[in-house]
Design a binder for this molecule. Sequence first.
Ligand code: GLU
Length: 501
Amino acid sequence: MSDQVRTRFAPSPTGSMHVGNAHTALFNWLFARKHGGTVVLRIEDTDELRSTPEALDVIYGGLTWLGIDWDEGPDIGGPCGPYVQSERLERYQEAVNTLVGEGKAYPCYCTPEEVEERRQIMRAKGLPPKYDGKCSSLTEQEREALEAEGREPCIRFAMKHTGNTVVNDRIHGDVVYDNSLCGDPVILKQSGFPTYHLAVVVDDDAMRITHIIRGAGHLPNTQTHLQLQEALGIPHPEYAHLPLILGEDRTKLSKRHGAVSITEYQDLGYLPEAMFNFLSLLGWSPGDEREILSRDEIVSLFSLASCNKAPSVFDLKKAEWMNGEYMKQMEPGQLVGRVHPWLVEAGLIEEELTPERREWLVKVVELMQERAKLLSTYPTWARYFFTADYEYENRARSKWLDKESTPDVLDRLTAAFEALDEWHVQTIEVAVRGIAEETGVSAGKIIHPCRAAVTGTTIGPSLFHLLALLDRDDVLARLRRTAELSRQGKLAPATDNDGGA
Ligand code: GLU
């Protein structure tokens, strides 16, 4: 099969890319890459939405961020274009003409209100609320009469109403649909636009798609697609319906659960490679306990047979944990490249770094690396490395800075630091421990107020290391300022509280 696999990702240009869509794109990509196949990007804009450059950019941007590329698509073309459905209308019309000509589809003159009214009656009678087939057997005269009334028809596909349709799904196995429950779907709207069912079947064939990998929400649609393929004399592609993605309360993942578009994850400070890894484990597993896997490993281990049919839960905590693991594993020098834009954006550092400044930044990033879970953590948790303009967290005030003994501790620190010949980790540590000994308290009683004063927080990386990365004069100024404010009881309550690392 290896050089013939063709998969497609077929988003509608809604203006955002739901993580479910990104997940579908990823699995199509994985399957195609695994088999040396082709990934087609097709824009499905025959519903209410017409593709706009902005909506396309959201799709391209989301995929590109995740590192999912495509081999054919609207932007790069290919042998089966155009790849935007609204540019392919004549093909759908042609298919409709064939179906109508062969008596496999028919014009329907019912208004949506009439259809709905009759559905209500069926519901009330406990019958499946499907289209009742009213227009399926109109005579030529009846049609003419309806048209004379000014009614414009849509076209419905005549489904089979007896027997079963069996979807042979690569993930769900054989799924049997009872044909008697299904009404005749509209395939061409009054506007001349096809519906999803027709467009998808025509295009998947025209684009020679071999494997249709999409969300489980589309599984019931496959009943119609299989019958349309038969009616059009088109071969059936393989189907694989990916498990639904649920929120932690096991309802369909939606805005209520937090960020649902892939761009939001980018904006929250996720690394694309971590998101890629995380999404790949929704509904698939490598067959062992491993969770951190490289792209290449995922591609080589991926198979539809190892996908689950049970819905998977989008566990945000796990996503964050995984991102943290990726950040920990990165070379600090490489991580700096990712963190720097976030700091620039926050106005904390200059865009152009001198080699010395970059070297310093590598050390800062390295020091925070164990703790930071997201790129966005740096401008917040590490703010004090870049500016003395930080807030004193309420916890820092109540635990340490509001204490009567604190100004004295800070004064001692100021004096000891000022007196140091050299400013580095060891000399700082000796000075701090010296004060503890002198005053007969545990080192913590000196370390904590010092951290609270110099960083505004109660937690963070090694105090001696972080102080060594700050300019000594800056540290002295921070200690003096805090001592003064503490003495005067003027430490302001924090607005954004207790977020520190
Ligand atoms: N445009 C459809 C969607 O966004 C694609 C459905 C399919 O893959 O067949 O859900």
